[in-house]
Design a protein around this ligand. Structure first.
Ligand code: F6R
Length: 356
């Protein structure tokens, strides 16, 4: 049931605080977390894969585990797996991320890697899914069923699961000690509060959706962690509002894409902590070309040279995704509704893609 909400997507966006909390509680009691970390510290190389939103979760994981544990995983889009198969061996580990655990592209990547002896860690929301049956170790997200076609709560629970895994690996490698690990777990328990940004900012986001739903096209830019979140935000906007939104790492926008920017062209900046100064200069470049500059970011973006600011609260890198993503999902939702589309059932899309 939609629990009084007009659409499942809206309900699922607002369910994120609870989904994150249940995922965290479930994982800290699950021996699979330790088993997965054990596989990773002994791996020659770590590969990560997924499709769509789940692929974006792997990019966020790459950001965290590189910073926390000094391991740089090799990420690939599941359907592109053939390009990587010649490089994998039985000493490697593949982390496959799939909400449904039934996406054909992801299952094929896993089957091909398994044939080559690669150990598989699954991250899925569905107990007993095909992916979990193929995997050596499964980490479950406990988002509850996601009915809306657009992945929302499953994305952030994947991010949390992978972030916890990264911390566990860092701890096993001795990069952080046990008390540091405990404080990361403690901090992640605040992901719940962070994700309440959606409720608090809803009127603000609705007003922004009025402006953006008139656009034909827009950019979504960020740096580092923010570049990955930008990709996810652009996917949400495209798939349910049918407005073209394209994500780039902000620095890269100068190398071609900026040619599209003219008077009134919307550019959304995803304001993650630590890259304020550089994003401000990207904002100035865009403004100089007449762009309508929007920032959705943590409170340290208060002085951003933007036309429209959505400040999600004061969060560091660990918690920023949980506060920043829900308002961006909500933006896609309101744009779709304002344009007269059903956000739960976008055209041409299935919840689970079981064809190649
Ligand atoms: C986007 C979306 C899709 C899925 C993709 C993978 O909102 O829902 O991009 O993320 O089809 O699905 P799973 O995670 O089930 O493998």
């Amino acid at each position: 049931s939609k629990g009084g909400y007009p659409h499942y997507m809206l309900k699922e966006i607002f369910e994120q605080p609870r989904a994150l909390y249940e995922t965290l509680i479930g994982l800290i009691e699950d021996p699979a977390l330790e088993e997965a970390a054990e596989l990773l510290v002994n791996a020659r190389r770590v590969f990560v894969t997924g499709a769509g939103t789940s692929y974006h979760a792997t990019l966020v994981f790459k950001h965290y585990i590189t910073g926390m544990a000094g391991i740089v995983p090799i990420d690939f889009i599941a359907s592109e797996h053939p390009e990587y198969m010649a490089a994998v061996s039985h000493e490697d580990v593949l982390i496959a991320v799939s909400q449904s655990g039934e996406t054909t592209d992801t299952l094929q990547a896993v089957r091909e890697a398994k044939k080559r002896g690669v150990k598989i860690i699954a991250v899925t929301n569905v107990i007993g899914s095909t992916l979990s049956r193929l995997a050596d170790v499964t980490l479950y997200t406990r988002a509850g069923p996601e009915i809306g076609v657009a992945a929302t709560k499953t994305f952030l629970t994947q991010v949390l699961t992978l972030q916890l895994l990264a911390a566990r690996v860092a701890c096993k490698l001795g990069v952080i000690d046990k008390s540091d690990f405990e404080s990361i777990v403690e901090k992640l328990s605040s992901a719940r509060e962070a994700a309440r940004s959606a409720e608090r900012l809803n009127p603000h986001i609705k007003a922004l959706a009025v402006i953006l739903s008139k656009a034909q096209s827009m950019f979504v830019l960020g740096r580092l962690l923010g570049a990955h979140l930008a990709r996810e935000a652009a996917l949400k906007i495209k798939e349910i509002s049918y407005v073209h939104a394209e994500a780039y790492p902000a620095g890269e926008s100068k190398h071609g894409p900026i040619a599209l920017v003219e008077e009134g062209f919307p550019v959304i900046f995803v304001g993650t902590p630590g890259v304020e100064k550089k994003l401000y200069s990207n904002m100035e470049e865009m403004k100089a070309r007449g762009a309508k500059v929007i920032v959705v970011g943590v409170d340290s973006y208060e002085d951003a040279p933007a036309d429209y600011k959505v400040l999600v609260g004061s969060y560091d890198e660990t918690l920023a995704p949980y506060a920043i993503m829900p308002p961006l999902q909500l933006l896609a939702y309101h744009m779709a509704v304002m344009l007269g589309y059903d956000p739960d059932k976008p055209r041409n899309l299935a919840k689970t893609v079981t064809v190649e």
